[in-house]
Write a protein that binds this ligand. Structure first.
Ligand SMILES: *[C@@H]1O[C@H](CO)[C@@H](O)[C@H](O)[C@H]1NC(C)=O
Ligand SMILES: *[C@@H]1O[C@H](CO)[C@@H](O)[C@H](O)[C@H]1NC(C)=O
Ligand SMILES: *[C@@H]1O[C@H](CO)[C@@H](O)[C@H](O)[C@H]1NC(C)=O
Ligand SMILES: *[C@@H]1O[C@H](CO)[C@@H](O)[C@H](O)[C@H]1NC(C)=O
Ligand SMILES: *[C@@H]1O[C@H](CO)[C@@H](O)[C@H](O)[C@H]1NC(C)=O
Length: 853
């Protein structure tokens, strides 16, 4: 180990075994006043080591910083789409973050009161699964062995250990979040809001309870949401692994068997891909016009394994041309059959418990074999053949999803969905880019009620109580009331049913709410809704919601609906949806492809071995690890070079055209690290040119300077327009071109004596401020070394200087453009388009290169 001390403004680092640790940040504040010579070469590690804690300590990221009545130019408020507390950020999040931070910094520099609010969500299923696995691995215990309360404590312990990783990553990315306002969806303040939201919506009847088919994971013992159902396509017979089964289970086959008609020798043949469900059959359906079955009207069929007589129903939904035209109906275990069951008033017979076991304790896929065997023995089995099909798989547990009939809580989305669609139709809510509008309307106009019950332990327990009234005159006696506490629920029930409270017994629902329920109210729960307070008044509704287009519905739509419902206001005015990041080959990021990259690895660099080692910590199976290793080897044969945060952010913004997906190539990020080198060297060179005794003052311009100032002004115009239109490549291109092709290639290479110092200073100072939202670290480092126009009242940090404005860069654009146009036509006239031409203009010599002519 060695202690490395530099007298520069910021670097006090302890280099230890390749790890650099920043020490004693109070010490740095003393040092920040020290102007030291600019180091010889650009090093992201050096530049990015210590500014962040200083920014944070100084409170630059707080909306309260520097606010006074004269200078506030409106409010910019945005909340982070809360990442999942169990997770860690990958490059997709880094993109979200680069965009959000540069927007936030731009608004802040424009003098707006700016708040970017951080937070995390508790990711119910994901977190519970992770902790359950850990518990099983380390102690051989299930959550049931531990009990609900102890298990929840275990999750909290784990959250407190791991939950900081994301915040650490966000800080390393330079995110200008107000950390004092960080919120976790299970904080008391936010939990209170969740409870209140549920109670209000339940009292209003928007939340109701209903028994319907849900997508059930027998492994998780919980209903799962639509997005957690993966559709596995099979082309024919396939053996799939299923959790809890030693042998693989057969899917993708269609089994035909017959039902005997009651009181006749005749039989009807039906077919199914899930033969075990025939145990729950309660009818056979045929098409009303099918000539083959007209004589069976009013007849019954017999169940071979019990004395169940089942009607033959006539229903239009049956496809006459498929198979025999007769289908078995299992209302309690199939989505289509459920509806047939409702229409024809059929019995709903449930054959599975929550663990996927039959009444006799047999596992459901063992029953698949047993039923087949029993049918064969009775001579009712007909044939078995390949059948291409889609198998629903739970993305969390990899179990096969079973539709199960369960009473659950639902949110009636009819009215809320309509309001959310209207808000966009009437232009009150803007969705950018507008090619997402179609999806928005399509979803809102066909919205289905939202199942919010989850049979988990980790999450917000549903504040609803099942009451029993000990009153002999009460015939029904089973009701649900919601309440902030058991006492409140009791009183509510007593009032509603006009009995005394002591006659009522309560049992709170065991379930918790879907995580999206709490994320849906995040834009106002973070400000303490429903309690009136200043933050809620000032910062709600927010300005913008920014996120990847893939979660438009699951989250954005819900925030809009819940915001309108509970606060009567849209939670934000604009939604900007950026593209999804894919790898350089255009593939989705996935752990098993080895292309999920931690942004910190791009920032600091990592060897191929280092990447491999990370796979060992993941929960991939050995085969997948091998595959992922191969992927890493072919994509990063030499690992990933150190690129630094600034280059990473700049590259991500440069990629973000408003198309759908981004194919990210790490080499391009490296390219922007070279840009940082150039920037560094240019400023170093320019500062030498300015000399030690240079004092910036009001500008004096020569004609040549008008040119560079006009280029600067154009860049400023493009950047502001780019930020307004969410055109990030427009911004990066303007800045890149100005610094590289105009300032470095043209202006700085001119003879030293022709350089007007004040103009050069303006270019550096304005150019750095222009770039600051995208590259906050290197611009701060360089800005701190520039002499100041008004040292006493200049802002202490570049992140709180005003963003450049076209007016500020006083230029005579038209004059310069006339000169350029004249010279261009002269060159054309004299056939000089291929050569570099010196032009004499009044008394001054200017070099024009063909680049900008
Ligand atoms: C949350 O993070 C875990 C662990 O990284 C991941 O498996 C899961 O998919 C994430 N959940 C969501 C909702 O993003
Ligand atoms: C179950 O999942 C399927 C597949 O994603 C979906 O189409 C269906 O709507 C889901 N059912 C319920 C009740 O959520
Ligand atoms: C949902 O709300 C709509 C409109 O208020 C109403 O017509 C519908 O019956 C409700 N649905 C349920 C299941 O309560
Ligand atoms: C409530 O019950 C009491 C007697 O238990 C009866 O006098 C009263 O009229 C009832 N009120 C209503 C609103 O039914
Ligand atoms: C300009 O150059 C091109 C080819 O180099 C030639 O064809 C053309 O005649 C020239 N024009 C004049 C005005 O010299």
């Amino acid at each position: 180990c060695c202690v490395f001390f530099s007298n520069s403004s910021i670097l006090v680092s302890l280099y230890c075994c390749g790890v650099s640790v920043c020490i004693s940040s109070w010490f740095l504040f003393i040092l920040t006043d020290v102007i030291s010579p600019i180091p010889d070469s650009y090093s992201p590690q050096y530049v990015e080591a210590a500014w962040y804690p200083w920014w944070e300590k100084q409170g630059f990221f707080k909306p309260e910083y520097g606010v006074s009545e004269q200078n506030s130019r409106g409010i910019f408020m945005m909340c982070i789409p809360p990442p999942n507390v169990t997770g860690s950020l990958h490059l997709g999040h880094a993109l979200t973050n680069a965009i959000q931070d540069c927007l936030t910094r731009w608004h802040r520099m424009r003098g707006e009161t700016t708040l970017w609010n951080p937070g995390c969500d508790h990711a119910g299923i994901a977190t519970q699964v992770v902790v359950e696995k850990k518990l099983m691995r380390e102690r051989g215990m299930s959550r049931h062995d531990l009990g609900r309360e102890n298990f929840i404590q275990e999750v909290w312990k784990w959250k407190n250990e791991k939950g900081d990783r994301i915040y650490h990553q966000l800080k390393k990315l330079g995110s200008s979040l107000d950390w004092d306002r960080a919120c976790f969806t299970m904080d008391p303040k936010l939990s209170y809001a969740v409870q209140e939201a549920f109670i209000r919506m339940h009292d209003e009847g928007v939340i109701y309870r209903s028994k319907r088919l849900v997508n059930w994971s027998c492994t998780l013992n919980s209903a799962i949401s639509d997005i957690e159902v993966d559709k596995k396509e099979l082309t024919g017979r396939t053996l799939l692994p299923v959790p809890g089964y030693k042998e693989k289970v057969e899917f993708g086959v269609l089994v035909s068997f017959s039902y005997k008609i009651d009181g006749s020798d005749e039989e009807v043949i039906v077919a199914t891909t899930r033969i075990e469900t025939m145990l729950g059959d309660t009818a056979v359906a045929v098409h009303p016009d099918d000539p083959r079955y007209q004589h069976l009207k009013g007849k019954m069929v017999l169940h071979p394994f019990c004395d169940r007589k089942m009607p033959i129903v006539f229903d239009n939904f049956v496809d006459m041309s498929f198979g025999t035209g007769a289908v078995k109906i299992t209302p309690a275990h199939d989505h289509n059959d459920y509806e047939v069951g409702e229409r024809h008033n059929l019995a709903f017979i449930n054959i599975l418990d929550e663990n996927g076991l039959l009444i006799n304790g047999m596992k459901r896929f063992e029953a698949r074999k047993a039923v087949l065997q029993a049918l064969k023995e009775r001579g009712q089995f007909k044939e078995i053949k390949d059948n291409p099909m889609v198998v629903p798989v739970c993305s969390r547990s990899k179990d096969i999803v079973e539709p199960l009939l369960k009473p659950q809580w639902y949110v009636n989305c009819t009215d809320m969905g309509k309001q959310a669609a209207d808000a966009v139709r009437e232009g009150r809510l803007k969705i950018i880019p507008d090619h997402h509008l179609k999806t928005w309307f399509n979803w809102m106009d066909n919205i289905r009620d939202w199942c919010i019950s989850r049979q988990l332990w980790w999450g917000h327990r549903i504040p609803a109580y099942f009451i029993t009234i000990n009153d002999p005159s009460d015939v029904d006696g089973h009701y649900w009331v919601s309440g902030r506490s058991a006492e409140e629920a009791k009183e509510k029930a007593a009032k509603r049913f006009n009995v005394s409270a002591d006659k009522i017994t309560l049992r709170q629902d065991e379930d918790v709410l879907d995580t999206w329920f709490s994320s849906g109210i995040f834009p106002f729960s973070i400000f303490g809704w429903p309690n009136e307070n200043q933050d809620l008044n000032v910062f709600y509704p927010g300005t913008l919601l920014e996120t990847g287009h893939d979660i438009l519905f699951f989250w954005v739509a819900r925030m809009v609906m819940m915001g309108l419902k509970l606060t009567g206001k849209l939670p934000f005015k604009e939604v900007y949806l950026h593209a999804v990041v894919r790898d350089a080959h255009g593939r989705k990021m996935s752990k098993s492809l080895g292309n999920v990259i931690d942004p910190l690895d791009v920032i600091t660099g990592i060897s191929l071995e280092g990447l491999h080692a990370q796979l060992m910590d993941s929960n991939l199976d050995p085969l997948e690890v091998e595959k992922a290793k191969q992927g890493q080897k072919s994509d990063y044969p030499n690992g990933i070079p150190e690129c630094g945060t600034d280059a990473l952010r700049f590259a991500l913004c440069a990629y973000t055209s408003q198309g759908r997906d981004i194919n990210l190539d790490v080499n391009r990020i490296l390219g922007y690290r070279h840009f940082c080198n150039k920037l560094w060297n240019a400023v170093k060179f320019a500062m030498k040119t300015l000399g030690d005794n240079f004092i910036p003052s009001e500008k004096a311009q020569s004609v040549s300077d008008r040119w560079i100032l006009s280029r600067l002004s154009a860049a400023v115009g493009l950047c502001n327009a780019g930020f307004r239109a969410y055109d990030f490549p427009g911004i990066t291109t303007a800045i890149y071109n100005f610094w590289l092709y105009e300032l470095c290639d043209v202006y700085l290479v001119r003879k030293r004596e022709t350089t007007e110092q004040q103009t050069l200073y303006t270019c550096l100072e304005v150019g750095l401020r222009l770039l600051s939202p995208l590259m906050p670290f290197v611009t701060e480092e360089l800005y701190q070394r520039l002499p100041r126009r008004q040292p006493q009242c200049d802002p202490p940090s570049i992140c709180v200087t005003p963003y450049p404005d076209v007016e500020e860069v006083d230029c005579e654009m038209e004059f310069v453009m006339t000169v350029v146009k004249t010279i261009r036509s002269l060159r054309a006239d004299y056939n000089l388009t291929k050569t570099r031409a010196d032009c004499k203009l009044t008394h001054k010599l200017i070099y024009f290169t063909s680049y900008w002519l």
